[in-house]
Write a protein that binds this ligand. Structure first.
Ligand SMILES: N[C@@H](CCC(=O)N[C@@H](CS)C(=O)NCC(=O)O)C(=O)O
Length: 259
């Protein structure tokens, strides 16, 4: 049995997809990061970086050792359960790991920063906001080019590199970029969307978000400052407007947004 900690976010979704691909048994635990639950002492014991996802595999290699960082979790699960989604040797292994590291180092951080600046309309046209959108566009072009010469990111076969990148590919329009500029990426995204594990993974994340206590409200300004680890109060966050553009946050917050 695997304990799986997270909330609705691309980094958590990739782990849910792999758990589903591998058919592993897991128990979900929601961590309300918008309300600071990731800073509670019990959670910090699992991940001192205070981020989701985290897993604890009670039947795995380590003695109930928590594993954090989504890329490490994908490698752990694929290797521990001998999955061909990360070949154990040969060039496909290294291709897969290269594209996984590309996701972790460029796709996630840059697209994550676009999300950050879109939450703060006062900053929308700042140099920093433009810089991150340009970097996001660069990452998308790299993915599209790769998929022009290879059916999957890691090569001939579907792998954990595809699982890592895919959950981030739902933001293109929301990031004010044009899906028509990335035809191969969209073809690949549509193909993966049809896999049952992707559908089950998304459903598992929706269930995780639905675990939010009924009285969970939108985060306060102070909670947003904490969420962004700001050392002093930052610009006002336009969460309601942002929520209208897509399902990033909890369904409970979403419900408030529609009230
Ligand atoms: N590199 C990390 C990033 C994880 C991450 O940024 N998680 C977000 C949710 S998507 C989070 O927990 N944020 C809370 C915080 O930064 O305080 C990974 O891939 O696991």
């Amino acid at each position: 049995m695997i304990d799986f900690y997270g909330m609705g976010s691309p980094n958590v979704l990739k782990v849910a997809i792999l758990l589903e691909e591998l058919g592993l048994e897991y128990r979900s635990h929601r961590v309300g990061v918008l309300n600071g639950e990731n800073y509670e002492a019990d959670f910090l014991k699992l991940n001192p970086i205070a981020k989701v996802p985290v897993i604890i595999d009670h039947d795995g290699a380590g003695p109930d050792q928590p594993i954090f960082e989504s890329g490490a979790i994908l490698i752990y699960l694929a290797e521990t359960y001998h999955s061909p989604l990360l070949p154990s040797s040969g060039s496909q292994r290294w291709e897969t790991l290269q594209w996984l590291m590309f996701q972790m180092s460029l796709v996630g951080p840059m697209l994550g920063q676009v999300n950050h600046f879109q939450l703060q309309p006062s900053e929308e046209n700042s140099y920093a906001a433009r810089r991150y959108r340009d970097q996001a566009a660069r990452a998308l072009k790299i993915i599209d080019d790769r998929l022009t010469v290879s059916p999957f990111l890691g090569g001939e076969n579907y792998s954990i590199a595809d699982i890592a990148v895919h959950p981030w590919m739902g933001y293109i329009t929301r990031h004010q970029l044009d899906e028509n500029d990335y035809p191969k990426l969209i073809e690949w995204r549509t193909l993966l969307d049809q896999r049952p594990a992707f559908k089950r993974g998304a459903a598992a994340i929706a269930e995780m978000d639905a675990m939010a206590p009924a009285n969970t409200g939108l985060p306060t300004d102070q909670e947003m400052d904490k969420f962004f680890a700001r050392r002093s109060p930052g610009p006002k966050v336009d969460l309601l407007n942002y929520l209208g553009k897509g399902p990033m946050f909890t369904t409970e917050a979403d419900k408030h947004a529609k009230d």
